[in-house]
Every structure is written in C-alpha cells, then in structure tokens.
Design a protein around this ligand. Sequence first.
Ligand code: ADP
Length: 546
Amino acid sequence: MQHDFPLTLHHVLDRMRTLNADAEVVTLRTAEGTRTRATFAEVAARVDLLAGALQVRGIGEGDRVGTFAWNSQEHIELYLAIPCIGSVLHTLNIRLFPEQLAYVANHARDRVIFVDDSLVPILEKVAPLLETVELFVVIGDGPTGALEPVVRYDDLLAEATPVQAYPQIDERAAAALCYTSGTTGNPKGVLYSHRSTLLHSMAAGLADTFGVNRSDRILPIVPQFHANAWGLIYAAGLFGASLIQPGRFLQAEPLVALIESEKVTFAAAVPTIWMDILNHLDAHPDADVSSIRLAPCGGAAVPPALMKALEERHGVEILHAWGMTETSPLGVVARPPADAVGDARWSAKSSQGRPVPLVELRIVDEEGVVQPWDGVAAGEMQVRGPWIASGYYLNDESADRFDQGWLRTGDVASVDPQGYVRISDRSKDIIKSGGEWVSSVELENELMAHDAVREAAVIAIPDERYTERPLACVVLHEGRAATVNELRDHLVGRVAKWWIPESFAFVAEVPKTSVGKFDKKVLRQQLTDGELSVQRYDTAAQQVSL
Ligand code: ADP
C-alpha cells in the first residue's frame, strides 16, 4: 500500500515556493501597458502573509471568502491563501446583475470580500444587501467608496506576519465555490474539494489535453471568476508555467500586445474573444503571435470557420474543449488523431472532443435509454468523475440534474465510434421543426463560414405548420452586405434542405451572457417583444436553387 498522501492545494503552493520558484506572474496594470512582475517564490511569500492576515482576523476552516476581481497577481495569491488556511475561495462573477450578486454572496455566507478598486463602484451598490460580509478588502489604491468596514490589500499584507503553519486539511474538504452564471433561474453553487482541484490540475498537464508544462507562458483570458479560469492557475502553479494576467484589459488590442511582448505560448478564451482577436489580426498583419503553441477555446461551440481562419491566416492553433462550471471545467478535449489530415483533421477539431481520463460519459435519450456511440444516436450528454459535481451547494431543488453520480449536462450530443462528442444544442435551445430536431449549433457554424457574417445565433420562431422553424439572427462584418437570398444559397449543400431558415433578422450584435456567450434567452425575449425586425423569405414568390 502507498502512503495516503493528502491531495490538497498545499502541494501546489509548495511547488511554487521551491521547484517552480523561478516561474513568474506578470500583471497588466494600465491601458498604456504598465506591468508588474513577481516570481512564484515572491508570490508564495505574499501568500504566507495573506494567510497570516486572514487567520489573525479569525478567518479559518470552512469560512467562505469572496473575490470580486479581474485576473491579477493578487487574485492568484487569493486562489492559494484562502484554500490553504482551510477557508473556501468563492469567486464572484463581476458581471452578475445586482440581485443575483447579492443572492450568491448571501447564499454562500461570505464573511470577507476582496474587490479590485476598479470594481468598487459596482460592489458598493450591492453592499447594503449583503447580510454576512464583515470586511471588504480593496485591491489597488483607488477610492474605497461606500464600502465599510474596509481595509486595503497592501496594508493588510504590510501589517501581517506570515502564517506559522498551514492547517492540515482533509483532501475532501471544500477549497473553492463557484456559482453557475445562471442562464436559467438563480445561480447554483458548485463546491470543489482540494482533491478534485488537484486531480483536475494534473489532467491539465496531460499531452492529450492542454499539456501545461514549465516552458509555457499562459495567458488566461478566461476570467478567474468563470469556472476557475479553466483550472489554469493551479495547473501553472503545479507544473511551473508562468502566468500572464491581463487584468481588465480584455480587448483584442491589449491582448495581442501582451501576447507579442510576453511571448505567450498558451492563451485560453471563449469564442467571442477569439473572434475579436481574429478581426484585430486581420487588420494588423504585422502583429507577431507566433509564440502561441496552443489556444484552448470553449464555453460555447467554436465555429470551424473561426478555427481555420486563425490557423491558416495567423498560425494560431485552436484546441476546442467542452466543460461546465459543474465539471471544474475540463471534460472533453478535441485533439485530432495523429494521422488525421485535411477534412478529417478539421472534423475532429471541430467536434467537442473525447472525454479526458477520469471523466466518464454517456448519451441518454428522452426515455432514459443509453445510446450507442455510432455518431448518429443523439440524446442528453451525462458525465461523472472525480472532478464532476454530484450535487449543488445547499440546493435541493436541482436534485433532478443528477442521476446516481451522473451529471445531466443539458447538452444534446452524439458520440462517434472513436469517442468524439458532437453537441448539436443545449436542451433549452432546441428547435423542433415538424417533429425533427434542427441543430442550431450547426446552422450557426455554417452561417459564420460566410465571409460577410461576423456572428450568427439561431433560435426557434413559432410556425403554424411546423410548430417551430429556425430564425437566424445575423451580425454582418462592418462595411459588408449580404441578402437573405445569398445566405440561404450559401447554406444549400451545407445543411439539410429543410433546416435552411426562411426567417432572418439582421442585428447590430448578438446579446452576450456575463461570460461572453450568445444569450439566446435575451434574443427569444426580443422576438416575443417584437424588437427583432424579421425578414421572411417567401418561398412561393421567390426561388433559390435548392
Ligand atoms: P452557463 O450554463 O451559465 O453558460 P457554464 O459556463 O457552466 O455556465 O456553461 C456550460 C455550458 O456551456 C455547457 O453545458 C454547454 O452548453 C456550453 N459549452 C461549453 N463548452 C462548449 C463547447 N465546446 N461546445 C458547445 N457548448 C459548450
């Protein structure tokens, strides 16, 4: 038998202090490009101070400590200090509506909230609604506003003595808490244990997933308040990859400047951010992003046209991945087979991918029957594993989202015989036309392959004959034009004939959720409220070559 070594985040902190001492954390601080730099050894020493400061204030095992912050060195320090003293790191989504934010902080019973000075104006409005917060800590030297009682992060550290000894923690104790972004109903909390977080970090180092390693310089564009920045902070600490933190500067221009000057090897973001970066690179052909070895992208289906354009025009290889807050989030990653070339390679890369080791996956139809992996049979994707949630934090209403350890993802998918998963929709976005499913994801991908189309989101529109038909909401590139007929012609041969929408709405932008995904709930509401100007292609009066 082996030593029963506790799988806690102390191990990550220890490696940052010792083996990975030379790796660095760079934080972009101003729009002009000012940065701060610190080695992992320096960061670890500050973590000890922060841990000491929290302990002196009576924060200890099981207490929830919130963060309301962009990606920065301080946020990394919080990621380590809070779990290592046995408290629970609660990352608050800075883009939640005020009522949701208050709900989440009250539900979690946060005792302290750390907040970036740039975000004080948002938090102070919610502060009167917070029932359990005893202290606000402001990061940076901007105004502290109406927050009370308040202390500054730098003062907290300056007055602190380093923690003497970190408590021993059960590996199954909670390390972090993150609420889903709440596209339906109130946000639901997902607790991560030390063990699940450490195992998940190990998975990020596998060659068939992200392959995080010591030569990496990782730019987590995905915020630390969105599913733990996809586990990249802890993976970097464990493996010794440097972290380049973009702060609040998530626009294409500063991001590309950071990639160039910091020789970033690995940059992770949702598709909408990569679309912005692509547009920027197209407009600035001299930008040098050749240091990037891999660009993980997920959170929503990645349009293949986006992947191809980034790779073929700018040498940036996208790695498509699927995950949820509930899955820590690494679940499925699309590495193509080594011998796949041309269309076969793109086909594998545009699927969501294969389940990563320790994640089990099944497809279940509406009658509860497990489906074969034949690339055709579709149903709800269900997953389980050591870093997949088995329930929500203090929430009994959502018990039906779990089935004997299996998480019901709400994503509709098929799996091919090689284990590549293809998601056609979220169950709440499904379009059922004449009793058959139309895949909105596939329609969107094909529409976005048209070179005048910048974004496309497809929702259902009521139809007398077929109950529902697809409505394509399309954003065109600046200065470009396309007619409904052109777009319909473009779809011919790319999707089943009867999927081709008759209804189109040209919109200025697709509404986005707090983490940058297409917000179809808002689009559906705009449709109901008559705010979308829908153009209908009249199949009787006009002919396209179908
Ligand atoms: P929310 O449910 O509020 O959007 P999450 O960030 O946890 O919060 O979202 C998880 C969901 O995002 C998944 O259930 C899935 O529908 C979608 N998703 C994530 N990655 C992908 C992907 N690569 N392809 C398609 N959908 C994805």
